[in-house]
Design a protein around this ligand. Structure first.
Ligand SMILES: O=P(O)(O)OC[C@H]1O[C@H](O[C@H]2O[C@H](CO)[C@@H](O)[C@H](O)[C@H]2O)[C@H](O)[C@@H](O)[C@@H]1O
Length: 277
């Protein structure tokens, strides 16, 4: 893959500090192709091998996702990746936008309490969906959050547009926040986002470079955090996994790759170039 000139310069600068770089990656749409049923969003078949190879060359690979940590470990086959890691390599997970943690060393899950207000919001939700002619929307119970999916409704974009202000209002009344994504509206604890999670991983690992790859609105804060770290002198590369469903990240990325296959091709190349140095 040919990189645009400016992205090539950023890639080369990152390569020079590859062994101190954190590679932060979103899951859905970035490592796993988007599918109708969230429970069936398995990692791309190339994913585990590429992640293990990359982790051997960089400071750490961190999956920073809206998914519950336990679920992304399963869908991402991250236990398999951890089993393949060379000594010293590190794989981290920050789940539910940074609220949950897992790492390949301890393989323990850490999760906060369910936010107050979520149970009352859940009680209200069926009536709210029915009032917007979206009673059949799929509701994903994520433990710390509830995600309303419109993808499988007859007119998913229309239902999304009707529900967004209603769910935002209800979330606020219950002290919660609304996280919009690709045909999904998630109600969760406010205050945490992927930008905080990425900064925490960079600080914890003492990283000297950052690559972040994402595809959806929930990745924008991580892009902003990486950009700010770049302004402080860290080599950075922002990679968008492109799709017809979301343009916002492509507009601010250094490079846009064609979906999870393109993302894994780029990561494979980074691992190979770093190993060759
Ligand atoms: O931060 P991410 O790893 O991208 O997770 C964000 C949300 O992704 C999931 O929904 C998306 O993927 C589904 C499966 O491909 C798709 O059906 C849905 O339309 C997408 O929005 C997940 O279900 C959510 O819980 C995550 O918050």
């Amino acid at each position: 893959m040919d990189l645009p000139e400016q992205a090539r310069a950023r890639y080369d600068a990152l390569l020079a500090v590859a062994d101190r770089t954190v590679v932060g990656l979103d899951f859905d749409g970035t490592l796993a192709p988007i599918v109708d049923d969230p429970a069936q969003a398995h990692v791309h078949p190339d994913g585990p091998a590429v992640l293990a190879r990359l982790a051997a060359q960089v400071r750490a690979v961190a999956i920073i996702t809206g998914r519950p940590a336990r679920q992304v470990v399963e869908l991402g086959r991250l236990d398999d990746v951890a089993d393949r890691l060379s000594p010293g390599a590190e794989l981290l997970v920050r789940g539910q936008y940074g609220h949950e943690q897992w790492d390949s060393t301890t393989r323990e899950f850490r999760s906060p309490d369910v936010p107050p207000g979520l149970a009352a919001f859940a009680d209200e939700l069926p009536d709210l969906l029915a009032a917007e002619d979206a009673a059949d929307a799929f509701v994903e119970d994520k433990g710390l959050a509830l995600a309303v999916h419109t993808r499988r409704l007859d007119a998913p974009a229309d239902a999304f547009a009707r529900l967004e202000p209603r769910l935002a209002d209800a979330a606020e009344r219950h002290g919660l926040g609304l996280e919009p994504g690709k045909f999904v509206l998630e109600v969760r604890s406010p205050g945490m986002h992927k930008g905080h999670a990425l900064r925490e991983v960079v600080a914890t690992t003492g990283a000297g470079g950052v690559l972040f790859g994402g595809d959806d609105l929930g990745d924008l804060e991580a892009f902003e955090a990486a950009r700010a770290l770049g302004e402080q002198g860290l080599p950075t590369l922002l990679v968008c996994s492109g799709s017809v469903e979301e343009q916002a990240l492509a507009d601010v990325a250094d490079v846009v790759v064609p979906g999870p296959q393109g993302m894994l091709d780029l990561l494979r190349r980074l691992a190979a170039d770093a190993a060759a140095r």
